[in-house]
Design a binder for this molecule. Structure first.
Ligand code: ZN
Length: 144
């Protein structure tokens, strides 16, 4: 399912891929790595297991004012939030694996507590296809 605003997300646990747009390059850090993210679109995979589930987590991501806690907070503070693909009961690493064809902008970004993935952040080049299930969800939500 693709959602444009957090209010549309289910209040159950699950995983999501947040679609973000940077209008200008952004300096970020992840562990010891510091560097620049190019302007463009990104997908960040995460999971929500706490109270309020996906809705609460996405509401936090979509709120610009917050104390930085996760790597991705550096992006959500300045990026435009395009929406999110959500999967109830889903697994963030499985979502991330479905995006294996997309470039990795920063190794270790958002995945410092993950042993399976090199990163949980992917660059989403303009026009790059997403998994067909995602594309269908996007069309169903009329998200371009
Ligand atoms: Zn992972």
């Amino acid at each position: 399912m693709f959602i444009a605003s957090a209010a549309d997300a289910p209040a159950t646990p699950g995983a999501y891929a947040l679609a973000l747009r940077l209008d200008a390059p952004l300096a970020v850090w992840a562990g010891k790595w510091e560097g620049l993210l190019a302007a463009g679109d990104y997908l960040y995979c995460g999971s929500a297991r706490g109270p309020g589930g996906l809705r609460a987590r996405l509401a936090r991501h979509m709120r610009p004012q917050k104390r930085a806690h996760w790597h991705v907070d550096q992006l959500t503070a300045v990026a435009s939030l395009l929406g999110a693909f959500v999967e109830e009961q889903g697994d963030e690493c499985a979502l991330n694996a479905a995006l294996d064809d997309l470039p990795i902008p920063v190794a270790g970004f958002g995945s410092s507590d993950c042993r399976r993935c090199a990163t949980h952040l992917r660059f989403w080049p303009e026009g790059a296809a997403l998994p067909s299930r995602w594309e269908n969800a996007r069309k169903a939500a009329r998200f371009t």
